[in-house]
Design a protein around this ligand. Structure first.
Ligand code: GTP
Length: 382
């Protein structure tokens, strides 16, 4: 599949970036369990828990630190809570807490009440390539304790390392784990505790897809974002659009049409290409500057008449669209609608969903509602 590649934001220098640009770097801190929480610990958090060697650190490094899966083979075992505050470089304004596999809930110094009270989602990682009886027992202990402290937590189970299983074995393993985990909850009269299950691996996009679903549940503006995307694509002749968190390739929202993994993977690959090329050619000689800013955009034309179109939305978010080449001939219309869309997104996050529809959305419902559809007939959008 040959591709033509136009990148608008190319610097005139050829500084070679030795790593992901600094403004995508984010603070990392290690702390003992006993450490008193710093103010930043008041942020909602996603906890990554599970037995030793289940894959927690690998997931965090691959998703939020652009580590290649093969490098995770050399990760050292975690013996402290590893708190990764990614909000400085990611839309995901959460802290990812990577717990060491041997956390003992009965340790009096372990303040699990403080931990669970500020938790938005608890991800329990199970190594599907290993015997998971002990993992299921630890899962039950963990979620039942967390639920008693904070029943609002979203409980997510990553059935991980499925790359080593056949398709039949994957389905059988998911069914077995699902059945056993829910039977344990019924036995403990915890039927109201809902577990969500995902088949994941760091060696494909399944881990990004699963994390996307986890994060979307924690975004109160999600319905508004989906509505904006639906209006945008229907008035622009676009087939599919994803709102991506650039650093993690998590999509925080998409339009209402079904998500097929091939489209999602194509968009993830486009983000990787754009950021990697921008890291090499988009920075100044001294390595300063940003590989991604409000001028960032990219167009990739595939040889199957599909066009991938990437546009910056905020410092952390990019819109990636998939459309037909003939639709892309109306780029002016698309860019005008994108302008309204981008303005509305900024207002949604500035104003929050609790207030009346922000002006940006009204723009989507007034000038943009006169946006001429691709077939040339104006139609109302809202
Ligand atoms: N095949 C496969 N291996 C994986 C996957 N994810 C992680 N691993 C491997 O599993 C091993 C353990 O990964 P870690 O991320 O260190 O596991 P952990 O849960 O953080 O372990 P502790 O730090 O001891 O708690 C490493 O060798 C990883 O390369 C996966 O999706 N598939």
């Amino acid at each position: 599949m040959s591709i033509q590649y136009e990148v608008e934001q190319l610097s005139d220098s050829y500084g070679v970036a030795d790593s992901f640009p600094k403004d995508f770097g984010y603070g990392e801190e290690e702390a003992d369990i006993e450490d008193s929480p710093a103010p930043s610990d008041s942020k909602p958090r996603i906890l990554l828990m599970g037995l030793r060697r289940s894959g927690k650190s690998s997931i965090q490094k691959v998703v939020f630190h652009k580590m290649s899966p093969n490098e995770t083979l050399f990760l050292e075992s975690t013996n402290k809570i590893y708190k990764d505050d990614i909000s400085s470089s990611s839309f995901v304004n959460f802290q990812i807490w990577d717990f060491p596999g041997q956390v003992d809930f009965f340790d009096p110094t372990f303040d699990y009440e403080m931990i669970f009270r500020g938790t938005g989602a608890l991800i329990f990682v199970i190594d599907a390539q290993d015997d998971y009886v002990e993992a299921l027992s630890r899962l039950h202990l963990t979620v039942s304790r967390a639920y008693r402290v904070n029943p609002e937590i979203n409980f997510e189970v990553f059935i991980h390392k499925v790359d080593g299983l056949s398709d039949d074995h994957k389905i059988e393993t998911q069914r077995d784990i699902h059945q056993r985990a829910n039977d344990d909850l019924v036995d403990a009269s915890l039927e109201k505790l809902h577990l969500s299950f995902y088949l994941t691996s760091i060696y494909d996009h399944s881990i990004f897809e699963a994390f996307s679903k986890v994060v979307q549940k924690l975004i109160p503006q999600l319905p508004t974002l989906e509505n904006l995307l639906n209006i945008f694509i229907s008035n622009s002749g676009i087939e599919k659009a994803f709102l991506f968190d650039v650093v993690s390739k998590i999509y925080i929202a998409t339009d209402s049409s079904p998500v097929d993994m091939q489209s999602y993977e194509l968009c993830c690959d486009m983000i990787d290409v754009v950021i990697d090329v921008s890291c090499i050619y988009g920075l100044k000689e001294d390595g300063s500057g940003s590989a991604y800013d409000k001028e960032s955009m990219a167009i990739i034309k595939l040889n199957n008449t599909t066009v991938l179109y990437l546009k910056e939305v905020t410092k952390f978010l990019a819109l990636v669209c998939i459309l037909r080449e003939e639709s892309f001939e109306r780029k002016g219309l698309i860019d005008y609608n994108f302008h309204c869309f981008r303005k509305a997104i900024h207002e949604v996050f500035e104003v929050g969903v609790s207030t009346p529809r922000p002006a940006g959305l009204q723009a989507m419902g007034s000038p943009c509602s006169k946006a001429v559809a691709l077939n040339g007939t104006p139609r109302n959008t809202i």
